[in-house]
Design a protein around this ligand. Structure first.
Ligand code: WT7
Length: 629
């Protein structure tokens, strides 16, 4: 560390953490800043390429950047085949516990074999390089294996989070034109079954492109199997075709690896496109340096594979690093609030990466639950998804980490693919700040005109140089890619967040400045919730806003204008809540719905959510000169 004393509440890492860390703060920032492309090239050289790149970065068609130009690789090969050629072949790649206590483990050798078998099943269904495959499952190993199997044959996976419902799944199947849907019969959550296959059946009635449905058995409860369309995975995987050894497609670095839908400012969710090459280099190196993964570590990212956190840091990042990952199927507090702490002790977890909402949720139950367990295996903790309030940070640090485990508060997005603002284990920490951009990244906070903001002045968080795991485009909509991310300020990527930077250069992310609401760390668009509401026969117009919530961070509140002939009642309000749950998913169910006679609009007819929000919070709505009424 430099000699300068940092301001505010600061936590310095212990010597043990510093000595062990791969990243040395004295040198890594400086060398990456001096030559960022050399830094990424060095990282890429740690991975396997069938043919090396001609050029690290091609920026001739900005903002359509290309990384590792003409390099040939395959991310799944790097996740599995590379390791099985070494003594790591017998190391555990994945340890899994079901909510019901079922246990499974996969060595690298076994995970490779299962992935190849899955890949052959997909090939037998006619899936080819570039085809889209949608996966809709709970947190089970088959989700990871299915993703890797797609990557292996060059198919593009699109994972739809198991907490989404009919319309969300339908939209994503249709937009991606998926050929195959892989779905579990159900998922186990809080002792109940989530009827995934049933939801999928309903979504498939609305979507036409899916030719085959591959059903993975998890719950074993009675489901409908449509003949000619639906097939059991466990039956196909036992056929001789599954054992073919030819299931690897060598792909170009820029070949799409996956689509992941996320909510934006307006309209329908859009599919973010990530690639094999640059994405692989980005997630491999960020995980290595930030969570400091060593050979003997057991790492647990408690996110869902259905979100980008799971893609980058449950599936790809840990496997690229040859790590042992732990995955748990169920709810954190099921059947009791000690479940997580019990598993940390039982499996000897060294690194835990979760979200502020989960921390706040567990904190509510008090210290006695975690205190009953030996958590001394923990060495590093992580947080992601929304700003962490200092109170939750301190609890996590003190009660879970026993004041010896640094907390890596990682800021990033579906679009960035990898950590962007994050501490390294050597970084002095301030609760609530993600500290600084990862080595080699140029980020800034700018004012309305795009000029750098002063210290401590709130402004737009932007990224000023390309990074390897960056999104390449929006699927089928390159115009929107330019429009949404690269148009507000010239040559800057707009994150959609506001932030400030303090006098020590530490970033403090404040939150979204667009129409995105973060509910329990999940990203939802006001447009999605509103369009679900107006799809109900009683609703003429709707507006959704996010209001502060002590556990969820933000909760959804809606204002609804009824069609004539419909009467306001508690029953109708409950029906509308259920309707949103059925169409979008349980996570999107509004906390409150208010029936109103009019909505504040601009003269051009745009709903002014800002005014609704100010009113709900009892604040001054600010400039309302554009208000129609
Ligand atoms: C948005 C991106 C990145 C994986 C999960 C979310 C918010 C994310 C932090 C953090 C403050 C954060 C931002 C960002 N966010 N991490 N550590 N501190 N805010 O991915 O669903 O694409 O959401 O999540 O608002 O823009 P996502």
């Amino acid at each position: 560390m430099s000699g300068k004393k940092l301001t505010g509440e600061v936590y310095y890492p212990d010597k043990e953490i510093l000595d062990r860390a791969y990243a040395k703060c004295e040198s890594i920032y400086k060398s990456a800043e001096e030559d960022p492309l050399a830094f990424w090239e060095n990282e890429a050289n740690n991975l396997h390429w069938f043919k090396k790149w001609d050029k690290v970065l091609d920026d001739s068609k900005k903002p359509f950047y290309k990384w590792f130009v003409n390099g040939k690789t395959n991310i799944a090969y790097n996740c599995l085949d590379v390791h099985i050629q070494t003594p790591r072949r017998n190391k555990l790649a994945l340890i899994w516990e079901g909510e019901d206590g079922e246990f499974r483990s996969y060595s690298y050798f076994k995970l490779h074999r299962e992935t190849c078998r899955f890949a052959n099943v997909l090939k037998s269904l006619g899936v080819k390089k570039g085809d889209r495959v949608t996966l809709y499952m709970g947190r089970i190993p088959e989700l990871m294996i299915g993703m890797l199997a797609c990557a292996r044959i060059g198919a593009i996976h699109s994972v739809v989070y198991g907490g989404f419902s009919v319309e969300s799944l339908h939209e994503r199947l249709e937009d991606s034109k998926s050929k195959v849907l892989i779905v579990a019969d159900g998922a186990k959550q809080r002792g109940k079954i989530v009827e995934l296959k049933k939801i999928a059946d309903e979504a498939l009635q609305r979507a036409a492109t899916v030719e085959s449905v591959l059903v993975v058995k998890r719950t074993g409860h009675q489901i409908n199997m449509e003949s000619g369309r639906d097939m059991w995975y466990h039956e196909l995987v036992n056929l001789p075709i599954a054992n073919s050894s030819e299931c690897l497609e060598i792909v170009d670095a820029e070949e799409p690896l996956y689509l992941l839908y996320t909510s934006g400012t307006t309209g329908k969710p859009k599919a973010i496109v990530h690639t094999h090459g640059g994405y692989m280099v980005g997630v491999y190196s960020t995980l290595k340096y930030v969570f400091d993964i060593h050979e003997e570590d057991r790492y647990w990212c408690a996110a869902d594979p259905g979100w980008v956190t799971g893609h980058s840091y449950i599936v790809y990042g840990p496997l690229l690093n040859g790590a042992t990952s732990f995955m748990y199927e169920g709810a954190p507090t099921y059947p009791y609030p000690h479940r997580w702490w019990q598993m940390i002790e039982k499996y000897g977890i060294n690194i835990l990466y979760t979200a502020p909402t989960a921390i706040r949720g567990l904190m509510r139950y008090g210290d006695a639950w975690p205190n009953r367990y030996n958590l001394s295996s923990l060495r590093l903790l992580g947080s992601v998804g929304e700003p962490i309030n200092p109170e939750a940070w301190r609890w996590y640090y003190r009660v879970i980490g026993k004041e010896k485990t640094p907390i890596m508060d990682t800021w990033w997005q579906t679009e960035t693919g990898m950590f962007m603002i994050t501490p390294l284990p050597c970084t002095p920490l301030k609760p609530g700040s993600g500290t600084k951009p990862f080595p080699g990244l140029k980020m800034d906070i700018v004012d309305e005109k795009g000029m750098p903001a002063e210290d401590n002045e709130e402004g737009y968080l932007v990224i000023k140089s390309p990074w390897p795991a960056m999104l390449r485009t929006i699927w089928n909509d390159p115009e929107r890619y330019i429009q949404q991310y690269w148009s507000r300020f010239p040559r800057m990527y707009l994150t959609g967040d506001s932030a400030r930077r303090d006098e020590d250069g530490y970033y403090w992310v404040i939150g979204r400045v667009d129409d995105v609401i973060k509910v329990s760390g999940y990203r939802l668009g006001t447009a999605e919730i509103e369009s679900a509401l107006v799809s109900h026969p009683a609703v003429a117009e709707a507006a959704a806003i996010g209001l502060p919530h002590s556990v969820k961070g933000h909760a959804i509140h809606c204002y609804v204008l009824l069609k004539t002939g419909y009467e306001k009642s508690d029953k109708l309000i409950e029906e509308l809540r259920q309707h949103v749950g059925h169409e979008v998913g349980p996570i999107a169910k509004p906390e409150g719905i208010e029936i109103v006679d009019s909505l504040p609009k601009t003269r051009s007819g745009k709903i002014m959510r800002r005014v609704l929000k100010a009113k709900a919070l009892g604040q001054d709505p600010g400039n309302i000169s554009t208000l129609e009424d």
